[in-house]
Ligand binder design. Structure first.
Ligand code: ATP
Length: 853
């Protein structure tokens, strides 16, 4: 097999791989896929399930607990030892199943963001997942693509590739197709090759796939690629806070231990009690619980057409205060239709048809399959369909063949135009089409310039996108075909007006967005009048709102712009790199920005935004790679839905932090205060572990499924660095924790005073039930449980019922009585415990009433 494809002619390369420029047949491609395997990089093996399970035992506190259990077994208390071990294993099983599921759903999400490649199969253009490319495939590359395999280039038009990821060279490389004679040259010098993983920054090309997957240059170094697994900001804060809290809890445990010793209690039981309390009260599971909640959220978002690429984005979404959106496709339907045309009656070359129509026909970027299907960008498709409707398909193709394209300067959104060049008799016909301002600067004639601009303004104010056309004839072509050497001294041919109606529903979504304290902003490369008209229609702009042009923005200093930025609703004729300035200005005012982008030049702003949003349908690979969120339907409404979901997830995380910390607090207070109040330590180590690791865990997990609060989109966004304890959460943890402990200790005092033999079982039961009551009340911050409906989170209801039954089992099943050192309670005692526990539920409901006042 030939390795050095850059050393051989294209035809020889095609022969070597038994293929042609028509590409492979589907049959051949399938058999090659079986031979070469999927075109993917295997960077790391997935962890098998058992590793996840054993990871649960890595935790330091759990290890101490296990050592303590084994010690107590050696000391003769076998039952205690076994029960503690069982509780720990049950807890690990629960953690494992959740984490494993979360990891699986994240993997599934990753698979969904697979990029596609445009290839020739059976002679027709087709779009396939890049994973299915095989050596011998013919691929099309264009600006914004990530090169999907190692490719020998066959045809290039202004192709530049950023190879910095592979070679470290930061300047984009201009590619050629000429065969290179030197052997053993570095990758950076192999100008007729494109390498997997590099980025097409400009131009177009056709190429032959020579190797795929791990055999590519990127594959060879893939072993060096490490997938970083960053923890989310919330997790980092939780870990940080958890550490501080651990020290406090360890101190409390130490005090408990020493004061117990002083009182003359059994040292070993005291030790086990202190360890159990430490294990139970230190919120070490919270970071893992947060990951699980975020991963579940990401899976739910994917069902609602938002693909999360980076987990922290789920929690950042909830804090978004500005959504900066493109116009076409996001706010509008991306269904362009020609609604206007104007032909300039100038001296034009002797075409058989109108010069404008011929220019539209020749200067376009649509690919046709043999079955007549067409692939391309919406503006281009609309223009081609217009031509076909005027000329008929046969004449369209005949004319297209009659004037072949000898060169082109592809479209880019900075220049806002594209040029094609065709032989014309013994001359060359140059056709340039683009935004009206761009074309007018390329025109020779001042009257035409004026006429073009006046007409464009008129059309644009009706929401129409204007594409203007200019031409010239050249006797010889310059050596370098560049924008500079070609796109000037043109004659105005006329222009076409396209209409793209706003999306249905988008007005309602924008209203919702504003109600939620989020400001929607439109950023477009389109004409200001077109932008304004659409912005007014969808409600982004009201008459008093401001519009800023890219040229105006360019003249402002950062400071001047900072003073205006909050009032601007629409930016028009901006170039992609100006988006970066807009993001920075908003961020410097403390805002959280979601920014959409689809083109290759949008990648830096997608990275800089707090939430970079790429378009699943029309977006380039590069933009998808840079984004945090991909909209599978390109719809603005989907961003707002994602924000809503993000708010809900963060709310739910706060709810389970609130729940768990209150419960942990209650346990500590109870055990700490009892001796101070002159009572014996009320709970045994197994009781504490049981309450914490079993009865607490299930309902807390179910809190992640809580539906959004009723006012979720009616309140301003939460700051991303807002403390967990803001909004009354801190007070809640303290006062409800104390109340729970108070209720428990009151039960203990009452039972001891009346010499109930079952006092300890009663204390254990009250604390358990109080926590179940608490989880029902904590489901909403403001809505009462009866308003919310007890069945609106069935999983939580089930987990509460299940835990309730487990607790009854521990009280009434004789064999469990022995293990947990409990005694069956009489109906009255059970009723008393339930009533005492209900105090907590009602108190938290009352807190909501007070909050509402
Ligand atoms: P939007 O926000 O509407 O998606 P955009 O920021 O993506 O707009 P571009 O697609 O870069 O804007 O288009 C900017 C201008 O370039 C358009 O107003 C139009 O006049 C011109 N233009 C767009 N597509 C083409 C094309 N295929 N060929 C030539 N000119 C084009």
């Amino acid at each position: 097999m030939i390795k050095q494809f850059f050393n051989i002619e294209v035809n020889d390369a095609l022969k070597a791989l038994h293929t042609s420029t028509n590409g492979l047949s589907q049959l051949e491609a399938t058999s090659r896929l079986a031979k070469y395997g999927l075109n993917e990089l295997v960077t790391k093996k997935n962890k098998p399930a058992w590793v996840y399970f054993f990871d649960q035992f890595k935790d330091f506190m759990i290890l101490i607990l296990m050592v303590a259990a084994i010690l107590s077994g050696i000391m003769g208390d076998m039952v205690d030892a076994v029960v503690i071990l069982i509780i720990v294993v049950l807890n690990a099983l629960l953690g494992f199943s959740q984490e494993y599921k979360a990891e699986k759903s994240m993997l599934a999400l990753k698979k969904m963001s697979i990029t596609t490649a445009r290839v020739n199969r059976d002679g027709n253009p087709a779009i396939i997942p890049s994973e299915e490319l095989v050596p011998g495939d013919i691929v099309f590359l264009e600006a914004g693509n990530i090169v999907p395999a190692d490719i020998r280039l066959i045809e290039v038009h202004g192709l530049s590739i950023d190879e910095s990821s592979l070679t470290g060279e930061s300047n984009a490389i201009h590619k050629k197709i000429e065969t290179i004679n030197d052997k053993d040259i570095s990758l950076g010098d192999q100008l007729n090759m494109a390498f997997k993983g590099t980025l097409v920054t400009a131009g177009r090309a056709t190429g032959l796939v020579v190797v795929t997957a791990m055999s590519t240059e990127l594959g060879k170094i893939a072993g060096l690629l490490q997938e970083e697994k960053a923890s989310t900001p919330l997790q980092r804060r939780m870990e940080h806070f958890g550490k501080k809290l651990s020290y406090i809890i360890l101190l409390i445990c130490l005090i408990l231990f020493i004061s117990g010793l002083v009182r003359g209690e059994d040292p070993f039981t005291l030790l086990l009690l202190s360890i159990s309390l430490a294990v139970a009260a230190i919120p070490e599971a919270l970071p893992a619980l947060i990951t699980i909640a975020l991963a579940k959220g990401a899976a739910r978002l994917a069902k609602r057409k938002s693909l999360i690429r980076k987990l922290p984005a789920v929690e950042t979404l909830g804090s978004v205060s500005f959504i900066c959106s493109d116009k076409t496709g996001t706010l509008t339907q991306n269904k362009m239709e020609v609604v206007e045309n104007f032909e300039n009656t100038v001296l034009s070359p002797s075409f058989s048809n109108t010069p404008l129509l011929l220019s539209v026909l020749l200067n376009q970027d649509v690919q046709f399959s043999q079955t007549g299907d067409s692939l391309g960008e919406s503006t281009e498709l609309a223009l081609v369909n217009y031509c076909i409707s005027k000329l008929g398909i046969v004449e369209f193709h005949e004319l297209y063949k009659q004037y072949p394209r000898v060169a082109e300067i592809p479209f880019d959104s900075d220049r806002k135009c594209m040029t094609t060049i065709h032989p014309f008799g013994d001359q060359f016909l140059v056709i340039t089409k683009g935004a009206s301002e761009t074309i007018q600067t390329c025109l020779l004639d001042a009257t035409a310039k004026h006429q073009l601009l006046t007409m464009s303004d008129k059309w644009a104010s009706q929401g129409i996108r204007v594409i203007a056309y200019g031409f010239k004839l050249l006797d010889v072509l310059p050596a370098q075909i560049t924008s500079k050497s070609i796109e000037h001294d043109l004659v105005w041919l006329g222009q076409i007006g396209l209409m793209d109606p706003p999306r249905v529903n988008v007005k309602r979504v924008i209203e919702e967005c504003k109600g939620a304290g989020i400001k929607p902003v439109m950023i477009t490369g389109d004409h200001p009048a077109t932008a304004k008209s659409i912005a007014l229609q969808v409600g982004i702009m009201e008459e008093q709102d401001k519009l800023m042009l890219g040229t105006e923005l360019a003249q402002l200093t950062d400071e001047q712009f900072g003073m205006l930025v909050l009032d601007i609703a629409v930016y028009a004729r901006v170039s992609p790199n100006q988006k970066l300035r807009i993001i920075k200005a908003l961020q410097s005012k403390g805002h959280f920005v979601a920014m959409t982008g689809d083109g290759v030049n949008d990648a830096p702003s997608l990275k800089a935004a707090n939430i970079g949003v790429a378009m699943g349908i029309t977006g380039t690979d590069v933009s998808k790679e840079a984004a945090d969120l991909i909209l599978l339907d390109d719809h603005f409404g989907t961003i707002v839905n994602a924000v809503k979901e993000g708010r809900r997830i963060v709310d739910n995380i706060r709810k389970f932090i609130k729940y768990i910390m209150t419960c942990n607090g209650a346990e500590i207070w109870t055990i700490f205060l009892a001796p101070i109040l002159g009572m014996p330590i009320p709970l045994l180590p197994i009781h504490i572990l049981w309450i914490n690791l079993v009865t607490d865990g299930l309902p807390a997990l179910a809190l992640a499924n809580e539906k959004g609060e009723m006012d979720i989109m009616k309140r301003p966004p939460r700051k991303a660095d807002e403390s967990f304890f803001s909004d009354g959460v801190g007070y809640h943890i303290v006062w409800v924790g104390l109340l729970m402990a108070g209720v428990t200790l009151a039960t203990q005092a009452y039972a001891l005073h009346n010499e109930f033999a079952h006092w300890q079982t009663m204390v254990f039961t009250v604390l358990s039930f109080a926590q179940l009551g608490h989880v029902l009340a904590v489901r909403s911050d403001k809505t009462f449980l009866f308003q919310q409906g007890i069945f609106s989170n069935p999983l939580l209801l089930l987990s509460v019922l299940f835990t309730f039954c487990l607790q009854l089992g521990v009280i009434y099943i004789p064999f469990l009585n022995e293990i947990f050192k409990t005694q069956p309670l009489s109906l009255q005692e059970l009723g008393f415990c339930t009533l005492m526990a209900m105090i907590v539920f009602h108190a938290v409901e009352l807190e909501k009433l007070i909050k509402r006042l």
